[in-house]
Design a binder for this molecule. Structure first.
Ligand code: ATP
Ligand code: MG
Length: 430
């Protein structure tokens, strides 16, 4: 991608109502644009990051047997009335409105009421279970405060997985599988998530949250420094400075954190509400056991931006970065620089790596370097009259700040060392 052709450039002065670090950085770097509080447009670079996060989520959900579907975001009132959530707690967070002929609707803020009757249509007998379906879709919530950038949107991306089982053992076994898949997602996104006991479980009293430590987080958690056992302050039976009640060894630390995922065993709460039963081996109707599992890809993106940055800008982990390489050409009177830069850009793209090529002719080195730091692509390659004198380019690592000169003839090998083969992260030939 050529920077001159990229839609959505870095922004010098951002509005002061961007009260959070992630919104400020992502706006300055040209990744998002705020339409109104809690509502964002994703510009090309930002959309790349969001899509890479969604792809990781997708892979991990597919790996545990999830099948992707897409349910409507426009939902009629009736199913919400059946579960009771039209009035409470729905009224607070749901965007409810009237359509033609007094028909009432809400924008999807979660989908238990939609997915349960859907799956009921297809499941009759024990042979039809289990069913695991998920979607990645924008959710809408009338959040009271939406001042934390992507961390708290009024429209935001959610992956919601729903599982349906013959019995509690089946549900518990699958719930354990999703726990691991969730850790995989966060790890692959560069986040060190704690699994935290939280409120909000319907039947089991507790649910499990995935929390990432960050000062900008809206939650407070207590965690053990040794075994990582953790509780949300809302339900905590421990406090900072205590000995860990689980491992009896570590000390409990109090910290701010952001909830990036939340999983629940709803058991029969929604299946009962929609009278969803299956016929067992003996011909008897049995209740269907249900689990619900959410991750917020846009909140994950905001969390990564909160954690991976410095005074100069963003520092994306390679797995979700908008591009692999930021190629900077330093303008020169010598036409050879442009020729070589263009050739290098072409050659890099041939390897399958994603490259942002700063080909601006009206900007000096200082501004290009500053923009590269702000955008935060993991590796920067500089090509200039000076580096070419030595038949080299300079490579800089955004995370460590380390620079080194690499001969053009050795560049392929060097990049293979960073990215492995074609750079797509898989072991195969393209
Ligand atoms: P919170 O307590 O932060 O309001 P929640 O418990 O209401 O979140 P869930 O209903 O569990 O959220 O939603 C599943 C996931 O969706 C959350 O773990 C989070 O990653 C994401 N999410 C929820 N609300 C928002 C929001 N307003 N903006 C961005 N992501 C959100
Ligand atoms: Mg939650």
């Amino acid at each position: 991608m050529r920077y001159t052709q990229l839609f959505g450039k870095t922004v010098k002065n951002v509005s002061s109502d961007l009260e959070s670090r992630n919104a400020e950085l992502l706006t300055k770097a040209g990744f998002v644009d705020q339409l109104t509080a809690g509502v964002y447009t994703y510009l090309p670079l930002g959309l790349r990051v969001l899509n890479r996060i969604k792809d990781i989520v997708r892979e991990e959900m597919d790996a545990i047997g999830g099948q992707e579907i897409l349910m409507p975001a426009l939902t009629p009132k009736e199913p919400w009335k059946i579960s009771g959530r039209w009035d409470d707690p729905g009224r607070e967070v749901m965007f409810q409105f009237e359509g033609h002929g007094d028909k009432e609707y809400a924008l999807g803020w979660t989908h238990e009421e939609i997915v349960t009757p859907l799956v009921k249509k297809f499941v009759k007998s024990y042979k039809d279970l289990p069913v695991m379906v998920y979607q990645i879709q924008d959710k809408f919530r009338n959040e009271a405060r939406a001042k934390a950038g992507l961390l708290r949107g009024r429209e935001f991306s959610m992956k919601d997985l729903y599982s349906f089982h013959r019995d509690e053992a089946g549900l518990v076994a699958y719930y354990e599988k999703t726990k691991q898949a969730y850790f995989n997602v966060f790890k692959r996104c560069g986040l060190d998530a704690f699994i935290v006991r939280a409120s909000g479980g319907t039947f089991s009293k507790y649910s499990d949250e995935y929390q990432v430590l960050t000062d900008s987080g809206e939650d407070t958690i207590f965690y053990c420094s040794a075994c990582r056992y953790a509780e949300n302050k809302e339900v905590a039976e421990m406090k900072g400075g205590d000995k860990c009640p689980k491992c009896k060894d570590g000390t409990i630390i109090e910290a701010r954190a952001i909830e990036v995922g939340n999983i629940f065993m709803n058991k029969t709460k929604y299946t009962d509400a929609f009278d969803f039963k299956y016929i067992d081996e003996t011909g008897k109707p049995q209740p269907v056991m249900m689990g619900c599992y959410g991750i917020g890809p846009s909140r994950v993106m905001g969390t990564i931006a909160e954690i991976y940055n410095d005074a100069n800008g963003l520092k994306w982990p390679a797995s979700i970065a908008p591009c692999d390489l930021h190629l900077i050409e330093i303008k020169s009177k010598d036409e050879k620089v442009r020729e070589q830069a263009t050739a290098l850009y072409g050659a890099l793209m041939q390897t399958g790596l994603e490259v942002l090529y700063d080909d601006r002719e009206d900007k000096g080195a200082g501004e290009k370097f500053a923009d590269a730091d702000l955008i935060g692509i993991p590796k920067r390659i500089v090509i200039s009259e000076k580096t070419l004198k030595d038949e080299s380019v300079e490579i800089k690592d955004r995370a460590t700040g380390e620079t080194k000169m690499v001969k053009l003839v050795d560049l392929g090998k060097e990049l293979e060392h960073y990215f492995g083969g074609c750079g797509c992260g898989e072991e195969h030939q393209h």
